[in-house]
Design a protein around this ligand. Structure first.
Ligand code: ZN
Length: 280
């Protein structure tokens, strides 16, 4: 019995060591894979300097320093489809059509079951996992959640998007952009940015300007489309670190300050109050 116990303990120790070594090896390989970045090949893609600046501002959504993106097909499932009218469903389909060529070669399509991107439209309440002190404004037009990154993977494998009863398709499109790995911009850009909707109102001076902004049509500017294509190019891997990207792209100190305004900073973002409280 004593011997049996000794053997068992030795076997467990050996097994634990092997499992530990294997997982260490895979973790190292995963980190190496996410850090593979060929700046020369990436730079061959068709983008301007201002599009590159926008990319640096919004494409490092993982803690503000790492790329988050999908690496498998996105299956959009509308979870509360029974409660929705035709227009609300068509709007989801329109967003899918708009994003499909931008995330290629990945596919994005709507499915009836087994989705990995869940959509809830016209909701009245959403729980946020963010700590209360980080989440001061209680009212939002929409919300998006993605799976947490692990030490081995920064891939997005699951997401949920929500929009409220007073929200328009523009809000839903904004939430979809978060769900595919984009963050709010910190700098201002001359082109209209759907992903910039949460920050732009800070600069408006009148209710009329805000109203005009809210009435903007439902679309993505070419600049924003290019950035999504850049994010989904094969040269950019989930987990790519902002420092490595800057180094390989040959950015100097001044470039880094200009290109990564959000680096290392915790920003508070202004969100809209509900419609009826906006213009009191
Ligand atoms: Zn947002």
């Amino acid at each position: 019995m004593k011997k049996f116990l000794q053997y068992s303990i030795s076997a467990i120790v050996i097994l634990a060591t092997v499992v530990g070594l294997v997982s260490f090896y895979y973790e190292n390989e995963a980190v190496k894979a996410m850090n593979r970045f060929d700046a020369t090949r990436f730079s061959k893609a068709d983008f301007t300097m201002s599009e590159l600046a926008l990319f640096c501002d919004i494409a490092f959504a993982g803690d503000g320093v790492r790329v988050r993106k999908w690496n498998k097909d996105i299956k959009v499932e509308i979870k509360n489809i029974e409660e929705l009218d035709r227009k609300s469903i068509d709007e989801v389909d329109s967003i899918i059509v708009l994003l499909a060529p931008l995330v290629a070669p990945l596919k994005i399509e709507r499915v009836k079951k087994g989705g990995n991107l869940h959509v809830y439209r016209n909701v009245t309440q959403v729980t946020s996992s963010k700590a209360k002190h980080e989440w001061k404004p209680r009212y939002v037009n929409g919300l998006s959640k993605i799976n947490k990154a692990t030490t081995r993977s920064w891939n997005i494998t699951f997401a949920c998007v929500y929009d409220g009863c007073n929200s328009c398709a523009q809000t839903l499109l904004h939430e979809f952009e978060h769900a595919i790995g984009l963050d709010h911009p910190i700098n201002l850009y001359p082109d209209y940015l759907t992903i910039g909707r949460s920050v732009i109102p800070q600069y408006f001076r009148s209710q009329e300007e805000v109203q005009n902004f809210l009435n903007q049509p439902f679309y993505l500017s070419e600049q924003e489309k290019t950035v999504i294509r850049m994010l989904y190019s094969s040269e950019i891997r989930a987990g790519l670190h902002i420092d490595l990207f800057a180094k390989e792209m040959g950015f100097g100190e001044a470039d880094i300050k200009r290109m990564f305004p959000n680096k290392g900073k915790k920003m508070e973002v202004v969100v809209y109050p509900p419609y009826e409280q906006r213009f009191k």
